[in-house]
Design a protein around this ligand. Structure first.
Ligand code: SF4
Length: 418
């Protein structure tokens, strides 16, 4: 190892000069570790420096997989392998994280040991889809590395035109804002449709993400095709003593400037005696006041979730936020969760049957039109379906009274039939 010729990294070094921790520093630590993967990381840095000089990438894809799986490995072969032979194969294993991303330190050590043995030592927690990215593996070492990760209880995630690895926030485990059991919803849906992840057969990628409240800590609304976001439909719970204590400590001016005037729907007012009132029908569940005063305010008791669909980055028709498809579902009982799983399956089937190749479901909705999409899924339009947060309904509200009467009559009928 001592005769390893260290590549010059003049341009990469620049990236260490900013205020934030740099991946270059981490790579150098691996390169200088004296471990068996050091030459691989050295050549990786050499190729990256070369890329920066040439302003070109030098990786190409290919096919690498493990027995029984059609996806989950991102193959990378170097086009400049002659100059950087130790990193000529630098594949990534995408591994599904536990729901809520809970690990024990023992488990993290075991993962690190496996990757020091079979890979480059470089692990990223986590990719945008939530995967644990075990980066830097030769084709030969891919199977033994996966076998050991699998023996720890971990499975490969999604890649290509398939159901992708899912993410849920830490939620129910230790967050007071959580409105449903995100980990349970994630596991039930992903376990049920796991085949779609391991054997890519969809027109394009499909992502589920689960956030316990409107804070949306896993970016579900803009980075998933099917976002389940916790919410409540009764009133925000107010603890009057904590409200008084908060206002006393922070001051009335601070409270007015930072809570009252920042409510996007002007739903909060401060009384002369330092009590507060919330107009719950106007509240849009933005979470701001609850975040500022978590001891004083909390989500209501009638909790559940909203389902939004079609969020994604650029692609064909530009960035999209999820569109409200189900304004409120209850997620209390096992049956509630099973219904959610069933609905998720209907959406996957619709996507498989109707999306064009390389089209995300948000684009499919845009192409076929929302009325047809809702019709295909058997969902009645409802004025609570909104196109964007804090804007009006995308459901046409001309003849509103007449339509509302029909809607309520239908609801009554459904209730009577239950
Ligand atoms: Fe206003 Fe948001 Fe609080 Fe609702 S959650 S009352 S919209 S600040």
């Amino acid at each position: 190892m001592s005769d390893m010729k260290i590549h010059s990294t003049e341009l990469l070094d620049e990236l260490e000069t900013g205020p934030w921790p740099s991946f270059v520093t981490a790579l150098k630590r691996l390169r200088d570790s004296g471990k068996k993967y050091a030459p691989m990381v050295n050549d990786l840095m050499g190729q990256l420096e070369h890329s920066y000089e040439e302003r070109l990438g030098f990786w190409k894809g290919g096919t690498v997989s493990v027995f029984g799986y059609g996806g989950g490995i991102i193959p990378r072969f170097s086009e400049v392998a002659d100059a950087y032979p130790a990193s000529k194969e630098f594949h990534t294993l995408r591994v599904m994280p536990p729901a809520g991303m809970h690990y024990t330190t023992d488990l993290l050590r075991s993962m690190s040991d496996i990757w020091e043995e079979h890979g480059s030592g470089l692990i990223a927690f986590h990719g945008q889809s939530g995967d644990i990215m075990f980066q830097g593996c030769t084709t030969e070492q891919t199977q033994p590395a996966f076998d050991k990760l699998n023996a720890l209880g971990f499975d490969l995630g999604g890649a290509g035109p398939a159901l992708r690895t899912s993410m849920s926030c830490v939620g129910h485990a230790r967050c007071e804002m959580s409105c449903y059991d995100e980990a349970k919803a994630l596991r039930m849906i992903i376990n049920e449709y796991l085949d779609e992840m391991h054997r890519p057969a969809l027109p394009y990628k499909f992502k589920f993400k689960f956030s316990g409240c409107g804070n949306d800590c896993v970016n579900a609304i803009h980075r998933s095709d099917f976002a389940v976001i916790g919410t409540w439909r009764d009133d925000i719970k107010i603890n009057p003593e904590e409200v008084t204590a908060y206002i006393k400590e922070a001051g009335r001016k601070y409270f007015i400037d930072n809570v009252v005037t920042r409510c996007p729907s002007n739903a909060i007012s401060l009384n002369d005696d330092d009590t507060i009132e919330i107009d719950n029908r106007s509240c849009v569940r933005c979470m701001h006041c609850l975040n500022v005063m978590p001891k004083a305010l909390s989500p209501g008791d009638d909790k559940g979730a909203s389902i939004l669909m079609g969020g994604k980055r650029s692609l064909k028709i530009g960035d999209l936020m999820g569109t409200m498809i189900k304004p409120f579902i209850k997620l209390d009982t096992d049956e509630d969760y099973e219904e959610l799983v069933e609905f998720a399956g209907e959406v996957i089937d619709f996507f498989a049957d109707n999306a064009l190749e390389h089209e995300r479901v948000g684009e499919t909705i845009d192409r076929v039109g929302m009325p047809d999409f809702l019709d295909a899924l058997g969902i009645d339009p409802n004025p609570n379906m909104i196109a964007h947060p804090r804007t009006s309904s995308y459901v046409n509200t001309a003849d509103f009274d007449e339509e509302a009467a029909k809607y309520f009559a239908k609801q009554e009928k459904a209730k009577a039939a239950e």
